[in-house]
Each structure stands twice: as structure tokens, then as C-alpha cells.
Ligand binder design. Structure first.
Ligand code: HAM
Length: 418
């Protein structure tokens, strides 16, 4: 029986895993630079955590959640995003006492979308959230953090920041109602997939990829005409802070985000070389959401980035496989070899042990793996209490004592020759 991987899932190993770990390291270091604390939450939660907060008419809730009945009949969902679980965990564990609270996490998310390049059914997100401040300093700080992480991962600044403001909750309500009336006039021309959204979620028509919808949206009401004084001032301040940080951005009035909980600042970073799934990071402010999930009425702002999409944007990764192969020529030398391995590791030398007990095959494998040195251990070496070090670049070799061997390897490590 050959069992296939589930459609839209993928195994991560080899170079791809190196890219994954490289990104994770940058995420952890950048989080520490700005005082964020890591949190890990369960992969499944009560379905209620997602339905209302993400929006009952959002694509994620309508079509993409992996929801199932548990044996006791409770409804569970594999988390499709991380913001709501982090808020739930912060409330459950009393982490919202001292504010602002800054939390981050990285882990798998699940959405039943149509798989394509950069879009999976199980994918990983890094996620940063600041709870408990209305100050748009936090919005700017989070955008700075996203920009800094992307800068360290993607060569030549191949990403672009787009921002918008959705105004406060009242603004958004008024705007949605105007938008519904506007699109209603074009009901016969709007794409089939979006007809229903005219009533339920009209702002999503603004970021439709259908050419007719795009044409109709051009004359649609503009959110900026609806801002309250306070929202307008907030958006101006965000722009001012980004200018001050020298972070370039473009204002996109059709940037509305796919989840329902946003208000005021929203933003996305895109890599325009990636094809249709080109949003690397998306986020914004979600004042009111924490209360909906059962916490205090405190504001929040954050973003999430897709690790797989970032992996597609990483150019090359340094191969840090061990460059030293330990070749054991005879099976009777196992114990002696393991002692050498232990000693070398103690001296911070990493080695790949080859125990096929065949010098020729082991040497050819070492060359294939682009190893730099082979330490060869045979009966002769054991008798003389020495080790043969073969330089795989020029094929020269020498018998050395343990001290000489270590010295040679350390010198090579220090000089980083090849
Ligand atoms: P989102 O825009 O739904 O936002 O997802 C954020 C990022 O996750 C996307 O920009 C993309 O890079 C990645 N992503 C989403 N779906 C997939 C997929 N099917 N395959 C691969 N990557 C994907 C959120 O999830 C919000 N919780 C972000 C947020 C945090 N807002 C405030 N705080």
C-alpha cells in the first residue's frame, strides 16, 4: 500500500528545511530585538473561536476551515490563522494584565484552498501581535519589524509595502452600506463568485482579480471620503512615522484584507516576482476583536507572514553540512571510531560518520557531498595510534596524531579556506 501525501501539504527537508530554519532564526532574533515574547498554542481550537471573529461571510470561514466533530460532539477547527488563538491564549493565561503585551509565534496553519505555487492547505505563519495600545507607534513599530525581517531574508529589496486605512468601525459600517448600494447597480455585470458579496461583504469586491469587477470598482465610493476626524489623523500619523523611518510605501485604497476583524491601518508586503500568490506579509489593526473573543475591550494590532512564500523568495542558502567525513575501513574499528567521534565533537568539530566499511565507495560519497576532508581509520592507523587526513581538494593525504589532526582542522575552520 503506497500512501500519498494529502493534497496541498508538503514535506520540508534538505535545502528547504535549511531555508525554513534560517527564517525561524531571523524571526526569533528580530522578536528579541523588539521585546516580543514567544507563545505556542494548540493546533486545534473550538470552532467558535474563528467563526464570528474572522467573519461569517469571509472566504476562510465559508469555504476553507478544516472543521470536525470531536467524539463528544464538540466542534473543533484546525487553526486557519494565529491572531485569534494567540488572543484566546492571552486571555486564558492572564497575559493581558500588564499592557501593552507583545507576543509572537511561528507554526502551521490550515486552510482548504486550491493548492498552487505559494498556496498550501497546511502552511506556516510567523505572527506578531501587540495588545493594549491605541498609539499608532505600535502600527509603525510592527511595519518596521516586518520590513527588517524581509530585509534580512530577501535579497535586493524585492518586496513592496502597500498601506491603507479602513477607518474606525462606524466608518467601515457606513462605507460598506454605500458600497453595497453602488455594486447593486451593476449586479448583472459583477462576477458570479462575487454577486453574493454585494450584500454580505462588499469590500471584498474591491480586491477581486476579475477584470469586470476591477472595472466596476474603479468608480466605486472611496473609503477616504468616509474617515472620521480621528481615523484620518491616525492614518496621517502612520504615514508620517513611516516616512521618518525611510520605509517606502504605496497607498492602495482597494487594500481591504480577507478577514473581517480589521479597522484603521491595514498593510501588506508583496514580492511582485512571485506570481499570483505574492503577498508575503499581511496585517493591521483590529480594535474590538479582543472583546469579541471574551477579553477586555482593549485594542490590538499585528501581522502574519507566510514562511513558504518567504522560502520561495530566499535565493541561496549556505550549505552547512559537515565538511568532514569519518571513513571507517573495517567493522572491527567501530569502538575506536566512536571514541574519536566523541573527542572531535567535544572539540566542536562536526563529522559525518560513514560506516559502509568500503574506502572507495565512502570516498566517492564524500566527494559527491562536497566534503572538504576525509579522516580515514584503518588497521594501520589503529596500530600507529594515528589518523589519515585526506584533503579532498587536492587528494593529498597525511598520517597525523590526534593533536595534529585537531590543529589542522581548527586552522582550516579559522581560516575558512574553501
Ligand atoms: P492573512 O493575510 O490571511 O492574514 O495571512 C497572512 C499571510 O499568510 C499571507 O500574506 C501569506 O503569506 C500567508 N498565507 C495565507 N494563506 C496561505 C496559504 N494557503 N498558503 C501559504 N501561505 C499562506 C492573517 O492570517 C492574519 N491573522 C494576519 C494578522 C495578524 N493580522 C493581524 N495580526
Amino acid at each position: 500500500m503506497k500512501i500519498q501525501p494529502i493534497r496541498g501539504t508538503h514535506d520540508i527537508f534538505g535545502t528547504e528545511l535549511k531555508k525554513f530554519n534560517f527564517i525561524k532564526k531571523i524571526v526569533d532574533n528580530s522578536a528579541a530585538d523588539l521585546g516580543f515574547n514567544e507563545i505556542i498554542t494548540p493546533i486545534f481550537e473550538s470552532s467558535d473561536l474563528f467563526k464570528k471573529p474572522l467573519g461569517e461571510h469571509s472566504d476562510v470561514v465559508l469555504k476553507e476551515m478544516y472543521t470536525f466533530q470531536d467524539k463528544n460532539d464538540s466542534s473543533l477547527t484546525l487553526r486557519p490563522e494565529y491572531t485569534t488563538p494567540i488572543i484566546r491564549a492571552a486571555i486564558s493565561n492572564n497575559l493581558l494584565i500588564k499592557l501593552p503585551a507583545k507576543l509572537y509565534g511561528l507554526g502551521p496553519m490550515f486552510r482548504r484552498e486550491r493548492p498552487q505555487k505559494g498556496r498550501y492547505r497546511q502552511f506556516h505563519q510567523m505572527n506578531f501581535e501587540i495588545f493594549g495600545t491605541e498609539d499608532v507607534f505600535a502600527d509603525a513599530e510592527l511595519i518596521f519589524l516586518a520590513n527588517k525581517i524581509l530585509d534580512s531574508i530577501i535579497p535586493n529589496n524585492q518586496f513592496k509595502l502597500f498601506i491603507n486605512s479602513l477607518g474606525d468601525r462606524d466608518t467601515l459600517k457606513k462605507f460598506k452600506s454605500e458600497l453595497s448600494s453602488y455594486f447593486e447597480q451593476y449586479i448583472s455585470d459583477i462576477s458570479l463568485e462575487n454577486k453574493e458579496k454585494i450584500k454580505t461583504n462588499p469590500i471584498r469586491i474591491l480586491d477581486s482579480k476579475n477584470s469586470k469587477d476591477i472595472e466596476i470598482s474603479k468608480e466605486a465610493p472611496n473609503i477616504s471620503d468616509f474617515y472620521s476626524k480621528n481615523s484620518k489623523a491616525k492614518f496621517e500619523e502612520v504615514k508620517q512615522l513611516l516616512n521618518n523611518l525611510n520605509i517606502p510605501y504605496e497607498i492602495d485604497v482597494n487594500l481591504v484584507r480577507g478577514l473581517d476583524y480589521y479597522c484603521d491601518t491595514v498593510f501588506e508586503f508583496k514580492n511582485e516576482n512571485l506570481g499570483s500568490q505574492n503577498t508575503l506579509i499581511g496585517g493591521g489593526r483590529y480594535d474590538g476583536l479582543i472583546k469579541v473573543i471574551g477579553g477586555a475591550d482593549i485594542p490590538g494590532v499585528g501581522w502574519a507572514g507566510g514562511i513558504e512564500r518567504l522560502m520561495l523568495s530566499v535565493d541561496k542558502i549556505k550549505n552547512n553540512l559537515s565538511k568532514i567525513h569519518l571513513i571507517i575501513v573495517e567493522e572491527s574499528l567501530k569502538e575506536y571510531s566512536l571514541r574519536l567521534l566523541k573527542d572531535l565533537n567535544k572539540n566542536n568539530v562536526s563529522v559525518y560518520c560513514d560506516y559502509r566499511y568500503n574506502l572507495k565507495k565512502a570516498l566517492s560519497f564524500a566527494s559527491e557531498q562536497k566534503a572538504r576532508f576525509a579522516i580515514i581509520l584503518g588497521q594501520e592507523e589503529l596500530d600507529q595510534k594515528k589518523y589519515t587526513l585526506k584533503d579532498l581538494l587536492d587528494s593529498s593525504q597525511k598520517m597525523l596524531s590526534y593533536e595534529e589532526l585537531l590543529k589542522k582542522i581548527n586552522l582550516w575552520e579559522i581560516l575558512k579556506i574553501n
